[in-house]
Ligand binder design. Sequence first.
Ligand code: G3I
Length: 324
Amino acid sequence: QRDIPALKDVLGFTIGTAVQRPQTLGEHGELLRRHFESVTPGNQLKWDATEPREGEFTFAEGDHLVDYAHANGLKVRGHTLAWHSQTPDWVFEGTKADVLRRLENHIRAVAGRYKGRLYAWDVVNEVVDENQPDGLRRSKWFQTTGLDYIRTAFRVAREVDPDAKLYINDYNTEFPRKRRALYELVRKLRAEGVPIDGVGHQLHVNIEQPHASEIEETIELIAGLGVDQQVTELDVSVYTDFVQSYPEIPAALLLKQGHRYKEIFDVFRRQSGHLNSVTLWGLADDDTWLSTFPITRLNAPLLFDDRLQAKPAYWGVADPARLE
Ligand code: G3I
């Protein structure tokens, strides 16, 4: 495995992965440092991890990853300052002013701690709901503050860490109605002066859906807003529904996945003028959220297998000529 090309040497944009502490150690750490240029803390900077009780901050896990990254020449994407999930209930108690004050304090503390050390922040995560007439998710954030939590989050993040690029991040952005709702929201907020620098596309896709051309259409539409774009959480599930389950993933499916990664990275290569980084949501198949969600079953959505060996998916990204 040490003689295969390093991903970071063969791509025209920054390549990253989500990381938990175990992936910085031993052979995982070796693989991480060899192939990747950027890391995203998968859970360590979320609200429940950094401020479990009001005003009580815990930064041990975040510090570990940020220090590790800087010691090893890796950039860090911050994830995430305002989300409806993994956020304690006390945040939403009281009046609108109480909620916005807690949000501001949280961002001052968390973004302030890492000021100048992160190249991007997912300031808000998953705020769009294309099934609402106004395209806005009915989260507790929205129910207590309307759009003001988004305005506050970006304003405070900009003030606290002016060098970090500030992102609005979401999933399913490759679907036509969601892409349109996201586009309209970003256009409206930027027209008001809300400092949104970029759009993050999570891109949790599967082996068949969505069509690669949908991904490309989204990147081209959002490019019209004049914002930066990143792919922030890429993985390719081997399942196309919630009932399939393999005790072992068939080799033919892994090969198909390799071709699927190739077609997706072909889009990224073509669109590299609009995309400045692509992050996978995990280093290897031994640790992926998709093996527990939406049900517990073996999944294998990443580039390296559970023994950290390169899969056809890796070759689809690094050197498609070697896919057979
Ligand atoms: O830390 C506890 C541990 O103490 C406990 O024993 C264990 C048993 O359940 O749970 C551990 O917490 C888990 C945590 O991951 C850390 O591993 C949570 O249950 C689990 O729900 C949590 O899942 C995370 C998920 O976000 C939660 O929404 C995934 O790791 C993380 O990869 C995933 O990431 C999200 C992005 O932030 C946003 N986009 C979607 C993406 C995938 O769901």
